[in-house]
Design a protein around this ligand. Structure first.
Ligand code: NAD
Length: 469
């Protein structure tokens, strides 16, 4: 199976399936699905006493909303078709969660583990120069973010290089990337945002009485969860679901094998072990299965693929043993895999909804950079004083002291992290309600992915019609 082709095919097939439920004017469907442009960037960097050549891509899928937005990944198996499929998903995702961006995506074909941090910095800065030359980075045109193999460190380098290249744009230049460190204009809660969004997505699904519960349960307490990919998204999702919702993370699968513990893995300790040794294998609190890739096939209530695309496909979908598959990664279930899972009664929460937390909080960061004022600054103290007055009034009226265990939380005026989490939760909950309302109105849509695609495409179509392109 050609990995990238199959991923692009899956996005295309999902799109065309959704289109069969929409009655769009002639030619509009094709216009929406087509990727507007893909730039191939080749450049050289002198390292280790010789010249190394690098290749990368930046695809702009749709400019019906600008700027366009999407992550940049560093991966040795990246290619142009994969980037185009990811850019299309970004367009659909932004529209679904009502974030005013068009879709874009980028990649550099390197394995970051082959290079030192100093070398990576030089490569990233050269890549940014190439993007800048072609107008593929900038606060009003194209705004990258972290993805596989990149993090806030790469975003800080990119922003710095963009500022050097555009000294007259300095006032808004921080908004040229999102996912930056806090000290460089980032926003509290961006690093955890996609994993946090995964948690809110599962909670929204379970709370909604129109959905199938999990073994008749409407919460995650004691539920068994398998995570594939213990990077940014997988780690944060596992952490929040186990520490806050009481789920048991029974398996964590990585590229070199998996670890398992039916009682539930200690996620923070496992992360520390991974940072220390470079692998999850050999962790004291679990049984290790080296070079065994059947981790995702173990029985569980919830399976969360959070690594890469095409993890569940026609060949292994029959062996998936979960009630609910939550697509934290982009495109982890192929079109064929999806059909098989659903025919076996497995419910799938689709990627364009589940992992939208990253772009939602990126939007908050971008707005913060452009307004030049931290969220909550103007009202925090006023809210704090109002809450103090309410607490004092309650104490006077009841003659009792305000309960000490909730006093601090009640009096707190709203730190940035609380506002970000609250905004993200609101978007995830209201988007879920929209998907479910649509399925209720049009049961023939049949599944959440189709409903999410239909809701999203309808909105994009309206934008295209309105601007006449
Ligand atoms: P990451 O690089 O931080 O983590 C990915 C992890 O998956 C790594 O630990 C890697 O070793 C592991 N992995 C790779 N191949 C694997 C395999 N075959 N089996 C098991 N594990 C494997 O990347 P991330 O940012 O966590 O992104 C993960 C997925 O989530 C990607 O599909 C990405 O596009 C998507 N996503 C990320 C964000 C974000 O904010 N970072 C936002 C939306 C979607």
């Amino acid at each position: 199976m050609n990995r990238a082709n199959s991923f692009l095919d899956s996005v295309d097939q999902n799109f065309r399936h959704a289109m069969s439920f929409l009655d769009l004017p002639d030619g509009l469907a094709e216009r929406i699905i087509q990727c507007n442009s893909t730039y191939t960037v080749r450049f050289g960097v002198r390292l280790r006493g010789r010249m190394y050549s690098f290749i990368g891509w930046r695809s702009v899928h749709s400019e019906h909303c600008e700027p366009v937005k999407g992550g940049i990944r560093y991966a040795s198996n990246a290619d142009a078709e994969e980037v185009e499929a990811l850019a299309a998903l970004m367009t659909l995702k932004c529209s679904l969660v009502d974030v005013p961006f068009g879709g874009s995506k980028g990649a550099l074909k390197i394995d970051p583990r082959d290079w030192t941090p100093q070398e990576l910095e030089r490569i990233t800065r050269r890549f940014t120069q190439e993007l800048n030359k072609r107008g593929l980075i900038g606060p009003g045109v194209n705004v990258p973010a972290p993805d596989i193999g990149t993090s806030e460190r790469e975003m800080a380098w990119m922003m710095d290089e963009f500022r050097r290249a555009n000294p007259t744009e300095v006032i808004n230049s921080r908004a040229c990337v999102t996912g930056k460190p806090l000290s460089k204009g980032g926003i509290a809660g961006r690093t955890e945002a996609t994993g946090r969004g995964v948690q809110f997505a599962i909670q929204s699904y379970l709370r909604d009485t129109r959905t199938q519960a999990l073994n008749s349960c409407r919460d995650l307490k004691g539920a068994s969860v398998i995570i594939q990919g213990f990077g940014n998204v997988g780690y944060h999702a596992a952490k929040f679901l186990s520490e806050e919702d009481g789920a048991r993370i029974t398996v964590v699968a990585e590229r070199d094998g998996y670890v398992a513990n039916t009682e539930g893995l200690a996620i923070e300790a496992l992360k520390q072990h991974q940072i220390r040794t470079g692998s999850i294998l050999g962790f004291d609190g679990a049984k290790s299965f080296a070079a065994d890739f059947t981790g995702i096939e173990q029985p569980c209530d919830v399976l969360i693929p959070a690594a890469m695309e095409n993890a569940i496909h026609a060949e292994n979908a029959e062996r998936i043993n979960a009630h609910l598959v939550v697509e934290a990664a982009n495109g982890p279930v192929t079109f064929e895999g999806d059909k098989i899972l659903r025919s076996r009664g497995v419910t799938i929460l689709p990627d364009l909804y589940v992992n939208a937390g990253g772009v939602v909080v990126s939007y908050f960061e971008w707005v913060k950079n452009l307004t030049h004022i931290p969220f909550g600054l103007m009202e925090r103290r006023r809210r704090e004083r109002r809450n103090q007055t309410i607490a004092a009034a309650l104490e006077r009226m009841t003659g009792k002291e305000f309960p000490a265990d909730i006093r601090d939380e009640f009096l707190e005026g709203g730190a940035e992290i609380d506002l970000v989490r609250s905004g993200l939760e609101d978007v995830m909950r209201s988007t879920w309600a929209r998907i479910c309302d649509l399925i209720e109105k049009q049961p023939e849509l049949g599944d959440y992915r189709t409903a999410a695609y239909v809701a999203s495409i309808r909105q994009i179509a309206e934008a295209y019609e309105a601007i006449g392109i």
